[in-house]
Write a protein that binds this ligand. Structure first.
Ligand SMILES: NC(=O)c1ccc[n+]([C@@H]2O[C@H](COP(=O)([O-])OP(=O)(O)OC[C@H]3O[C@@H](n4cnc5c(N)ncnc54)[C@H](OP(=O)(O)O)[C@@H]3O)[C@@H](O)[C@H]2O)c1
Length: 251
């Protein structure tokens, strides 16, 4: 089975690539420096030649709804058109649990982009050729946020009540959905409900930096108060925050 991973140099794309290769899957890594631009469409059809499955792990870093909707919607339409042209059997779209819910994303532009992505794929592809894997937030997200919302010794992390997991565990669930087509879309979440700001604080304690992590209220009350927590996820992963921290900070 030949699989193209779009966004293969990213946090989850790289983990998925490793996982699929370990499983003996023939994988093509695609991102802009390999000559594939999923936003303009450049190189997509050539990259998809002979592929059975394409996994969309692309990302844009923005809080702007307009930019997120434009990026994720455009990429989904270009990927779907190229998948049709190249005869690709199935597209796997990586999304976020409850991000498409208008009550959850009303004040969170990035999640409005994820809603546009899911809708664009549903509009373009029949259900039999589309799998949506919705993951909860990753422990790594707190670290990414601390990297971008930082001023000297202080970093900010949004209060987000979620059921986080490691990106490695999310990649494993994604790899399973690549190898065997699930009968329905999948939700994958971690073992406990936590606040993303507390994850940031736990990472900073282990890393010894930044000195202060402050939780900030952004993105609307649904994000803070449990709107992102799934009722009954299809897959519950086992790696706890403490276990993940132990692995990340092993000497
Ligand atoms: N963070 C979370 O907690 C979480 C949870 C659930 C789902 N997700 C979803 O997972 C996906 C991946 O997130 P991530 O954090 O792994 O992303 P990331 O680390 O920011 O990596 C993004 C990837 O997309 C590629 N990319 C960006 N623009 C591209 C373009 N125009 N054409 C081709 N490739 C492009 C990048 O490579 P180049 O820049 O080299 O092109 C890179 O490989 C996102 O859709 C996100 O919504 C994230």
């Amino acid at each position: 089975m030949r699989t193209v991973v779009l966004g293969a140099s990213g946090e989850i794309g790289a983990a998925l690539l490793r996982r699929l290769r370990e499983n003996g899957v023939d994988v093509v890594a695609a991102h802009r420096s390999t000559g594939v631009d999923a936003y303009t469409g450049t190189g997509l059809e050539a990259a998809f030649a002979g592929a059975d499955v394409v996994v969309d792990c692309t990302n844009v870093t923005t809080t702007s709804a307009a930019k997120a909707i434009d990026f994720f919607g455009t990429v989904a339409r270009k990927v779907s058109a190229a998948a049709d042209a190249a005869g690709v059997g199935r597209v796997v779209c990586l999304s976020i649990i409850n991000a498409a819910d208008p009550e959850v994303n009303a004040k969170f532009g990035y999640y409005q982009g994820k809603a546009a992505q899911e809708q664009a794929y549903r509009d373009a592809l029949p259900a039999a050729r589309l799998t949506v894997v919705r993951s909860a937030q990753w422990y790594e997200l707190a670290r990414q946020m601390m990297g971008s919302l930082r001023l000297g010794p202080v970093a900010a992390v949004p209060h987000m009540r979620c059921r986080p997991l490691s990106s490695g565990d999310a990649a494993a669930a994604l790899a399973d959905a690549v190898r065997i087509r699930p009968e329905q879309d999948i939700e994958v979440a971690g073992p406990e409900v936590l606040d993303l700001a507390d994850i940031g604080k736990a990472i900073a304690r282990r890393a010894g930096s930044p000195r202060w992590v402050v939780g900030v209220r952004v993105g609307g009350s649904a994000i803070r108060d449990g709107g992102l927590v799934p009722d009954d996820p299809t897959i519950v992963t086992t790696t706890t925050l403490e276990q993940w921290l132990d692995e990340e900070f092993a000497a």
